[in-house]
Design a protein around this ligand. Structure first.
Ligand code: UDP
Length: 495
């Protein structure tokens, strides 16, 4: 490690993740890796998240392991009791941080004036769009964007103008054009009338031609008249803000997303594909949970047969209705397979007490099921009893499953999840896509397909992908080299 770590004395990097669990998890791993290369790191999170980390994550031992990693906080601008999970919470956090955080971030950077602690490079989450680019320009330090979403989602959003050119945009586009293609702004509406054909194939996305159907595009391309325009406009706009950065860091690897990465390199100054971040040697698992991990599930798993358990989790933000939850429950029970299910305390929309819901379900599931409020997911996926993962296809969950060699059933909810699940089933062939279909019969059938009928086929392809993932972060591997390039770039750019 000595040679790769080098001496980065005097370089101080500030990392600002978007205020969501997946973004904090992946940027925390990046922070650890940079700290191992002797950078002085400031990890800047919102007050709300810092309180959660302080309570549930082991940030004390992190600070001991990485003495050059310090934590600072910033307000997200929302009242303390404002909901921060659920599908609408992201939009609130986004707009609030974009209006509140800019002067705060600038002041934090400018306050570090002493030569030794001066911040010399900013790594900003692309979720926050132009915020970090504006501040970096103002204070005159190099900016690198980090994207916590999948490369495919980032690229599909970036390429919105291509979809417009080929008349493939599935939804209304006028507002989008007013921002990224002002010269092409047209007065007449480009609305596609009537019912969209969600199975129409999308051809004009470089690097992923004819792979996606309309229904596989990132969720920002979907929606109703009233809620669609702003999220689409801002996410496409934010992707284009990355052109203002000196480079972009992606949590992926060449063997996974090679064709897309080649296309991106034609547009962006530098593309650092350094993932899977959590698979690099020396990062520690589960250090940044926002909820208390229930480790009793690991003991339960210890007593289950090899690869017999389906792990079920919908991540940290998605909510489900009680009706949908019951469809999953019946599907799982009727499949007669063992399962470990995460039902977060705030997961069931409209329920005051989800723990009671979980307890009721567990009562009827004792034989084969185990329910927890939050699991140590990386460790669960690595457990020998796990044979499949029913996931919402968040990017971190997808990568964690790929690294563990666990096949997936995908039930995507929003953001990059629709496109991730398409790649899982059609490109990497490591699972099944349950997109837009969810009733007890579909769940039962897919669980049996994954865990019984097509088990060997999926286990084989998932194992092969896991081998490639580990190879990429080993000496000589593509992500290992890309991390080295990133380290060297930060040193040279921030002199
Ligand atoms: N996670 C966890 N325990 C759980 C559920 C999720 O530690 O019980 C972690 C998971 O390992 C992943 C993150 O939460 O790193 C979720 O991120 P992802 O991108 O998959 O989905 P999001 O929460 O952003 O929708």
């Amino acid at each position: 490690m000595a040679e790769e770590e080098g001496e980065a004395g005097g370089h101080h990097v500030l990392l600002l993740p978007g205020p969501m669990q997946g973004n904090v998890n992946s940027m925390m791993k990046l922070a650890q890796l940079l700290a191992l290369h002797h950078f002085h790191i400031t990890f800047l999170t919102t007050d709300f998240i810092h309180r959660r980390l302080y309570r549930f994550a082991d940030i004390h031992s992190l600070s001991q392991t990485y003495p050059n990693l310090e934590f600072k906080t910033i307000s997200d601008g929302l009242p303390d009791d404002h909901p921060r999970s659920g599908n609408n919470a992201l939009a609130d956090l986004y707009s609030s941080m974009n209006s509140f955080a800019k002067p705060l971030l600038r002041d934090i950077i400018l306050s570090q004036t002493a030569a030794k602690s001066k911040i010399t490079c900013l790594i900003g989450d692309g979720f926050l769009g132009g915020l970090t680019a504006d501040v970096a320009d103002e204070v005159g330090i190099p900016l690198i964007h980090f994207r916590a979403i999948s490369a495919s989602c980032f690229w599909a959003l970036f390429c919105a103008p291509n979809l417009f050119e080929s008349n493939e945009l599935p939804i209304r586009v006028l507002c989008l054009l007013s921002i990224i293609m002002p010269d092409r702004m047209r007065t007449e509406s480009k609305l596609i009338e009537g019912e969209e054909d969600m199975d129409r194939i999308i051809s004009n996305l470089p690097g992923m031609e004819n792979i996606l159907r309309c229904r596989d595009l990132p969720s920002f391309y979907r929606g109703t008249e009233t809620n669609l325009v702003d999220p689409l406009k801002s996410t496409v706009f934010d992707c284009h803000q990355t052109l203002r950065a000196r480079g972009v860091i992606l949590n992926t690897f060449e063997d996974l997303d090679g064709p897309l990465l080649s296309q991106m390199r034609l547009k962006f100054l530098r593309v650092f594909a350094v993932g899977p971040l959590h698979a690099h040697a020396k990062t520690t698992p589960s250090t940044s949970s926002f909820w208390e991990e229930d480790r009793s599930c690991l003991t339960w798993l210890d007593s289950q047969p090899l690869k017999s358990v389906l792990y079920v989790s919908f991540g940290s933000i998605a909510t489900v209705t009680r009706e949908r939850l019951m469809e999953f429950w019946y599907g799982l029970v009727n499949s007669k397979k063992r399962f470990l299910w995460v039902i977060r305390p705030d997961m069931v929309a409209g329920e005051d007490n989800d723990e009671r819901v979980a307890a009721e379900l567990e009562e009827g599931t004792k034989e084969r099921g185990f329910i927890v409020g939050w699991a140590p997911q990386e460790e669960v996926l690595a457990h020998k009893a796990i044979g499949g993962f029913l996931t919402h296809s968040g990017w971190n969950s997808t990568l964690e499953s790929l690294v563990a060699g666990v096949p997936m059933i995908c039930w995507p909810c929003f953001a990059d999840q629709q496109i991730n699940s398409r790649f899982v089933s059609e490109v990497w062939k490591v699972g099944l896509d349950m997109k837009d279909l969810c009733d007890r019969d579909v769940v039962e059938k897919m669980v049996n397909d994954l865990m019984v009928h097509r088990r060997e086929e999926f286990l084989k392809s998932a194992q092969a992908m896991a081998t490639l993932a580990h190879k990429s972060v080993s000496p000589g591997g593509s992500s290992y080299s890309s991390l080295h390039d990133l380290v060297e770039f930060i040193k040279s750019a921030s002199r």
